[in-house]
Design a protein around this ligand. Sequence first.
Ligand code: ZN
Length: 151
Amino acid sequence: MALPGLVCANGHANSPERLACRLCAAPLSGPTRTVARPPLGAVAVSTGEGFVLDRTAVIGRRPRASRVSGSDVPQLITVPSPQQDISRSHLELRLEGWHVVALDLGTTNGTTLHREGYEPLRLRPREGVVLHDGDLLDLGDEVHLTYGEKS
Ligand SMILES: [Zn+2]
């Protein structure tokens, strides 16, 4: 996907809203230009696995893609849920422009967002929340995901 961005002296593409490169902290200035969207970070799963956010991800105990729009074929991430607290398709992490949006897929047991400095927030079903670096998403069954914007 191509979108307007700012490129640092080391060639990293960034959101035009940033003042410093998310990867190397070099200052960003000058006109925006059209860039290919880089991966918007990565997710560490509490099971020890992880994945890169180069496209939408659907996470669950038996995830399925509900819809496939154009070239953005979601990656399906299976997590263990011995108590079946986690729904089959539990959470979607969607790339929207330069943002990563977390969406609880109307699950039975819900998803809780833990953000530094805030009270834990239970996501409303199908209502997207833009993730920040370091956010932790609790899916239940002792499985959580940690988002990092540096991939
Ligand atoms: Zn950079």
